[in-house]
Design a protein around this ligand. Structure first.
Ligand SMILES: C[S@@+](CC[C@H](N)C(=O)[O-])C[C@H]1O[C@@H](n2cnc3c(N)ncnc32)[C@H](O)[C@@H]1O
Length: 307
Protein backbone atom coordinates (compact mmCIF):
# COMPACT_ATOMS: atom_id res chain seq x y z
CA UNK A 1 0.00 0.00 0.00
CA UNK A 2 1.54 3.32 -1.07
CA UNK A 3 -0.54 5.46 1.30
CA UNK A 4 -3.89 5.17 3.11
CA UNK A 5 -5.77 8.42 2.45
CA UNK A 6 -6.64 10.42 5.58
CA UNK A 7 -10.05 12.05 6.20
CA UNK A 8 -10.96 11.11 2.64
CA UNK A 9 -14.73 11.55 2.51
CA UNK A 10 -14.86 14.62 4.79
CA UNK A 11 -12.23 16.42 2.75
CA UNK A 12 -13.61 15.59 -0.69
CA UNK A 13 -17.15 16.45 0.48
CA UNK A 14 -15.66 19.74 1.69
CA UNK A 15 -14.64 20.56 -1.88
CA UNK A 16 -18.33 20.64 -2.82
CA UNK A 17 -17.41 19.45 -6.31
CA UNK A 18 -19.11 20.92 -9.37
CA UNK A 19 -19.19 18.40 -12.18
CA UNK A 20 -17.77 20.85 -14.70
CA UNK A 21 -15.34 22.51 -12.28
CA UNK A 22 -11.56 22.81 -12.30
CA UNK A 23 -9.82 21.33 -9.25
CA UNK A 24 -6.26 21.08 -8.02
CA UNK A 25 -4.93 18.41 -5.68
CA UNK A 26 -1.57 19.89 -4.69
CA UNK A 27 -0.45 16.71 -2.84
CA UNK A 28 -1.08 13.72 -5.07
CA UNK A 29 0.80 11.02 -3.08
CA UNK A 30 -0.80 7.65 -3.78
CA UNK A 31 -3.69 9.39 -5.55
CA UNK A 32 -6.34 8.61 -2.90
CA UNK A 33 -7.85 12.10 -2.83
CA UNK A 34 -7.34 12.74 -6.55
CA UNK A 35 -9.15 9.54 -7.46
CA UNK A 36 -12.10 10.47 -5.28
CA UNK A 37 -12.23 13.98 -6.79
CA UNK A 38 -12.27 12.47 -10.29
CA UNK A 39 -15.29 10.38 -9.32
CA UNK A 40 -17.20 13.60 -8.62
CA UNK A 41 -16.33 15.24 -11.93
CA UNK A 42 -18.37 15.04 -15.13
CA UNK A 43 -16.77 14.90 -18.60
CA UNK A 44 -16.25 18.69 -18.59
CA UNK A 45 -14.47 18.76 -15.24
CA UNK A 46 -10.67 18.91 -14.90
CA UNK A 47 -8.20 17.90 -12.26
CA UNK A 48 -4.58 18.98 -11.93
CA UNK A 49 -2.51 17.02 -9.39
CA UNK A 50 0.90 18.07 -8.11
CA UNK A 51 3.64 16.11 -6.45
CA UNK A 52 7.31 16.94 -6.21
CA UNK A 53 8.16 13.28 -5.69
CA UNK A 54 8.83 11.28 -8.85
CA UNK A 55 7.58 8.02 -7.23
CA UNK A 56 4.10 9.49 -6.67
CA UNK A 57 3.86 10.79 -10.23
CA UNK A 58 5.05 7.48 -11.73
CA UNK A 59 2.55 5.49 -9.70
CA UNK A 60 -0.39 7.75 -10.54
CA UNK A 61 0.54 7.94 -14.23
CA UNK A 62 -0.20 4.19 -14.40
CA UNK A 63 -3.41 4.69 -12.44
CA UNK A 64 -4.48 7.43 -14.86
CA UNK A 65 -3.88 5.12 -17.83
CA UNK A 66 -5.84 2.32 -16.14
CA UNK A 67 -8.76 4.71 -15.52
CA UNK A 68 -8.55 6.16 -19.06
CA UNK A 69 -8.54 9.72 -17.63
CA UNK A 70 -5.65 11.13 -19.67
CA UNK A 71 -7.70 14.04 -21.06
CA UNK A 72 -9.17 15.09 -17.77
CA UNK A 73 -6.39 14.49 -15.25
CA UNK A 74 -3.10 16.34 -15.56
CA UNK A 75 -0.15 15.27 -13.38
CA UNK A 76 2.48 17.87 -12.58
CA UNK A 77 5.83 16.89 -11.05
CA UNK A 78 6.62 20.10 -9.24
CA UNK A 79 6.62 21.79 -5.89
CA UNK A 80 3.13 23.15 -5.21
CA UNK A 81 4.61 26.55 -4.39
CA UNK A 82 4.64 27.11 -8.17
CA UNK A 83 0.87 26.56 -8.44
CA UNK A 84 0.24 29.95 -10.05
CA UNK A 85 2.93 29.55 -12.72
CA UNK A 86 1.63 26.12 -13.67
CA UNK A 87 -1.97 27.28 -13.92
CA UNK A 88 -0.81 30.12 -16.16
CA UNK A 89 1.10 27.57 -18.26
CA UNK A 90 -2.09 25.53 -18.75
CA UNK A 91 -4.17 28.66 -19.45
CA UNK A 92 -6.26 28.33 -16.26
CA UNK A 93 -7.27 31.66 -14.74
CA UNK A 94 -9.70 30.46 -12.06
CA UNK A 95 -10.21 27.27 -10.07
CA UNK A 96 -13.10 25.84 -8.07
CA UNK A 97 -11.24 23.95 -5.40
CA UNK A 98 -7.83 23.22 -3.93
CA UNK A 99 -7.13 20.07 -1.94
CA UNK A 100 -3.93 19.91 0.16
CA UNK A 101 -2.98 16.92 2.32
CA UNK A 102 0.32 18.18 3.69
CA UNK A 103 3.57 16.48 4.59
CA UNK A 104 4.88 13.14 3.43
CA UNK A 105 3.14 9.90 2.48
CA UNK A 106 3.53 6.48 4.11
CA UNK A 107 5.63 5.52 1.10
CA UNK A 108 8.32 7.93 2.28
CA UNK A 109 8.59 6.11 5.61
CA UNK A 110 8.11 2.64 4.19
CA UNK A 111 10.86 2.99 1.59
CA UNK A 112 13.76 2.82 4.05
CA UNK A 113 16.26 3.97 1.43
CA UNK A 114 14.78 7.49 1.36
CA UNK A 115 16.18 8.33 4.79
CA UNK A 116 12.93 9.64 6.37
CA UNK A 117 12.69 6.99 9.05
CA UNK A 118 14.86 5.72 11.88
CA UNK A 119 13.28 2.28 11.49
CA UNK A 120 15.85 1.46 8.80
CA UNK A 121 19.44 2.50 8.36
CA UNK A 122 20.00 4.57 5.21
CA UNK A 123 21.74 7.73 4.02
CA UNK A 124 20.17 10.84 5.57
CA UNK A 125 18.43 12.17 2.46
CA UNK A 126 14.81 13.16 3.36
CA UNK A 127 14.19 15.12 0.16
CA UNK A 128 10.75 14.63 -1.38
CA UNK A 129 12.20 15.98 -4.63
CA UNK A 130 15.32 13.91 -5.10
CA UNK A 131 16.45 16.03 -8.02
CA UNK A 132 17.48 19.07 -6.05
CA UNK A 133 18.15 20.81 -2.76
CA UNK A 134 20.19 19.91 0.28
CA UNK A 135 19.86 16.52 1.93
CA UNK A 136 19.40 16.14 5.68
CA UNK A 137 23.08 15.10 5.93
CA UNK A 138 24.09 18.44 4.34
CA UNK A 139 21.87 20.37 6.75
CA UNK A 140 23.49 18.58 9.70
CA UNK A 141 26.93 19.32 8.26
CA UNK A 142 26.45 23.03 7.51
CA UNK A 143 23.92 24.58 9.89
CA UNK A 144 25.11 26.53 12.93
CA UNK A 145 24.14 25.46 16.40
CA UNK A 146 21.55 28.30 16.51
CA UNK A 147 19.99 27.24 13.20
CA UNK A 148 19.78 23.61 14.31
CA UNK A 149 18.30 24.61 17.67
CA UNK A 150 15.58 26.58 15.86
CA UNK A 151 14.79 23.64 13.59
CA UNK A 152 14.35 21.20 16.50
CA UNK A 153 12.48 23.74 18.63
CA UNK A 154 10.13 25.12 15.99
CA UNK A 155 9.42 22.07 13.88
CA UNK A 156 9.97 19.33 16.44
CA UNK A 157 8.72 21.20 19.54
CA UNK A 158 11.55 19.47 21.45
CA UNK A 159 12.63 20.87 24.78
CA UNK A 160 16.07 19.32 24.27
CA UNK A 161 16.56 21.30 21.03
CA UNK A 162 19.69 23.14 22.18
CA UNK A 163 21.36 19.96 23.48
CA UNK A 164 20.60 18.08 20.26
CA UNK A 165 22.06 20.92 18.20
CA UNK A 166 25.24 21.10 20.32
CA UNK A 167 25.65 17.35 20.09
CA UNK A 168 25.51 17.52 16.29
CA UNK A 169 28.06 20.33 16.16
CA UNK A 170 30.47 18.49 18.49
CA UNK A 171 30.07 15.12 16.76
CA UNK A 172 30.55 16.41 13.23
CA UNK A 173 34.02 17.68 14.22
CA UNK A 174 34.95 14.04 14.78
CA UNK A 175 33.12 12.41 11.85
CA UNK A 176 30.27 13.19 9.43
CA UNK A 177 26.71 12.25 10.47
CA UNK A 178 25.45 10.63 7.33
CA UNK A 179 22.96 7.86 8.14
CA UNK A 180 19.61 7.61 9.90
CA UNK A 181 21.06 4.95 12.20
CA UNK A 182 23.93 7.21 13.30
CA UNK A 183 21.59 10.09 14.01
CA UNK A 184 19.17 7.94 15.99
CA UNK A 185 22.02 6.47 18.06
CA UNK A 186 23.39 9.94 18.72
CA UNK A 187 20.04 11.33 19.91
CA UNK A 188 18.75 8.37 21.95
CA UNK A 189 20.68 9.04 25.20
CA UNK A 190 19.49 12.67 25.25
CA UNK A 191 15.83 11.92 24.59
CA UNK A 192 15.32 9.69 27.60
CA UNK A 193 13.65 6.30 27.67
CA UNK A 194 10.07 7.31 28.39
CA UNK A 195 9.25 9.20 25.18
CA UNK A 196 12.20 8.04 23.14
CA UNK A 197 10.32 6.90 20.03
CA UNK A 198 7.98 9.89 19.99
CA UNK A 199 10.80 12.39 20.47
CA UNK A 200 12.98 10.71 17.88
CA UNK A 201 10.07 10.88 15.43
CA UNK A 202 9.76 14.60 16.22
CA UNK A 203 13.46 15.22 15.67
CA UNK A 204 13.30 13.44 12.31
CA UNK A 205 10.12 15.34 11.41
CA UNK A 206 11.83 18.65 12.24
CA UNK A 207 14.74 17.88 9.94
CA UNK A 208 12.40 16.79 7.15
CA UNK A 209 10.38 20.01 7.39
CA UNK A 210 13.60 22.02 7.13
CA UNK A 211 15.09 19.96 4.29
CA UNK A 212 11.93 20.39 2.19
CA UNK A 213 11.27 24.04 3.19
CA UNK A 214 7.73 22.93 3.94
CA UNK A 215 6.57 26.10 5.69
CA UNK A 216 7.74 28.39 2.87
CA UNK A 217 6.09 26.18 0.27
CA UNK A 218 2.84 26.17 2.27
CA UNK A 219 2.79 29.98 2.51
CA UNK A 220 3.40 30.39 -1.23
CA UNK A 221 0.76 27.81 -2.14
CA UNK A 222 -1.90 29.36 0.13
CA UNK A 223 -1.19 32.78 -1.37
CA UNK A 224 -1.53 31.37 -4.91
CA UNK A 225 -4.71 29.46 -3.99
CA UNK A 226 -6.25 32.66 -2.57
CA UNK A 227 -5.59 34.43 -5.85
CA UNK A 228 -6.77 31.59 -8.09
CA UNK A 229 -9.94 30.40 -6.34
CA UNK A 230 -13.19 31.73 -7.78
CA UNK A 231 -15.85 33.10 -5.39
CA UNK A 232 -17.60 30.03 -3.96
CA UNK A 233 -14.50 27.89 -4.59
CA UNK A 234 -13.23 25.76 -1.71
CA UNK A 235 -9.90 25.51 0.04
CA UNK A 236 -9.50 22.17 1.85
CA UNK A 237 -6.36 21.52 3.87
CA UNK A 238 -5.28 18.60 6.06
CA UNK A 239 -2.32 19.52 8.27
CA UNK A 240 -0.28 17.42 10.70
CA UNK A 241 1.69 19.97 12.67
CA UNK A 242 0.61 22.88 14.87
CA UNK A 243 2.68 25.43 12.91
CA UNK A 244 1.11 24.33 9.63
CA UNK A 245 -2.33 24.43 11.18
CA UNK A 246 -1.77 27.94 12.52
CA UNK A 247 -0.83 29.23 9.07
CA UNK A 248 -3.83 27.51 7.45
CA UNK A 249 -6.19 28.82 10.14
CA UNK A 250 -4.91 32.38 9.78
CA UNK A 251 -5.29 32.35 6.01
CA UNK A 252 -8.81 30.92 6.27
CA UNK A 253 -9.80 33.40 8.95
CA UNK A 254 -8.13 36.59 7.82
CA UNK A 255 -6.56 35.95 4.43
CA UNK A 256 -3.03 36.45 5.72
CA UNK A 257 -0.28 34.27 7.16
CA UNK A 258 -0.10 36.21 10.44
CA UNK A 259 -3.87 36.36 10.89
CA UNK A 260 -4.32 40.12 10.44
CA UNK A 261 -7.24 40.97 8.20
CA UNK A 262 -7.62 43.99 5.94
CA UNK A 263 -10.44 46.25 7.08
CA UNK A 264 -12.88 48.27 5.03
CA UNK A 265 -12.09 51.99 5.05
CA UNK A 266 -15.60 53.17 5.95
CA UNK A 267 -16.86 50.86 8.72
CA UNK A 268 -13.57 49.24 9.79
CA UNK A 269 -15.05 45.76 9.24
CA UNK A 270 -12.64 42.88 8.65
CA UNK A 271 -12.48 41.87 4.99
CA UNK A 272 -11.55 38.25 4.55
CA UNK A 273 -11.18 36.37 1.26
CA UNK A 274 -12.46 33.23 3.02
CA UNK A 275 -15.45 32.09 5.05
CA UNK A 276 -14.88 29.08 7.29
CA UNK A 277 -17.18 26.16 6.46
CA UNK A 278 -16.60 24.24 9.67
CA UNK A 279 -14.39 24.05 12.72
CA UNK A 280 -11.28 21.86 12.47
CA UNK A 281 -12.25 18.24 11.78
CA UNK A 282 -10.18 15.37 13.22
CA UNK A 283 -10.26 11.63 12.40
CA UNK A 284 -12.94 9.46 14.00
CA UNK A 285 -12.03 6.68 16.44
CA UNK A 286 -12.54 4.10 13.65
CA UNK A 287 -10.25 5.96 11.29
CA UNK A 288 -7.61 6.27 14.01
CA UNK A 289 -7.77 2.56 14.64
CA UNK A 290 -7.56 1.68 10.95
CA UNK A 291 -4.85 4.23 10.21
CA UNK A 292 -2.81 5.29 13.27
CA UNK A 293 -0.77 7.66 11.05
CA UNK A 294 -3.83 9.89 10.85
CA UNK A 295 -3.64 10.74 14.58
CA UNK A 296 -2.29 14.28 14.22
CA UNK A 297 -4.45 15.18 11.19
CA UNK A 298 -6.59 18.31 11.25
CA UNK A 299 -8.90 19.19 8.38
CA UNK A 300 -9.99 22.77 7.68
CA UNK A 301 -12.40 23.87 4.96
CA UNK A 302 -13.09 27.41 3.78
CA UNK A 303 -14.98 29.01 0.92
CA UNK A 304 -13.60 31.86 -1.18
CA UNK A 305 -15.66 35.02 -0.77
CA UNK A 306 -15.91 37.69 -3.47
CA UNK A 307 -13.51 40.02 -1.63
C1 LIG B 1 0.21 13.12 2.78
S1 LIG B 1 0.76 12.78 1.18
C2 LIG B 1 -0.69 12.92 0.20
C3 LIG B 1 -1.46 11.65 0.12
C4 LIG B 1 -2.62 11.70 -0.82
N1 LIG B 1 -3.61 12.65 -0.41
C5 LIG B 1 -3.25 10.33 -0.93
O1 LIG B 1 -4.39 10.16 -0.48
O2 LIG B 1 -2.63 9.40 -1.43
C6 LIG B 1 1.60 14.24 0.70
C7 LIG B 1 2.20 14.19 -0.67
O3 LIG B 1 2.46 15.53 -1.07
C8 LIG B 1 3.74 15.65 -1.61
N2 LIG B 1 4.21 16.99 -1.25
C9 LIG B 1 4.44 17.49 -0.02
N3 LIG B 1 4.84 18.76 -0.10
C10 LIG B 1 4.84 19.09 -1.41
C11 LIG B 1 5.15 20.28 -2.13
N4 LIG B 1 5.57 21.39 -1.52
N5 LIG B 1 5.01 20.27 -3.46
C12 LIG B 1 4.59 19.14 -4.11
N6 LIG B 1 4.31 17.98 -3.49
C13 LIG B 1 4.43 17.95 -2.15
C14 LIG B 1 4.57 14.53 -0.97
O4 LIG B 1 5.61 14.13 -1.83
C15 LIG B 1 3.52 13.44 -0.76
O5 LIG B 1 3.51 12.54 -1.83
Amino acid sequence: MYHIPVLLSASVEGLNIRQDGTYVDVTLGGGGHSRCILQGLGPEGRLFSFDQDADAIARCASLRDELGKGEQWTLIRSNFRYLKNWMRYYGIDGIDGVMADLGVSSHHFDDGSRGFSFRSDAPLDMRMNQKGGDTAATVLKNYSSEQLTNVFRLYGELKQARRLADLIVNTRQLHPISTTGQLAELFRPILGREHEKKDLARAFQALRIEVNHEMDALRDMLQAATELLRPGGRLVVISYHSLEDRIVKNVMKAGSIDGTAKTDAVYGRALSPFRAISKAITPTAEELEANPRSRSAKLRIAERTDI
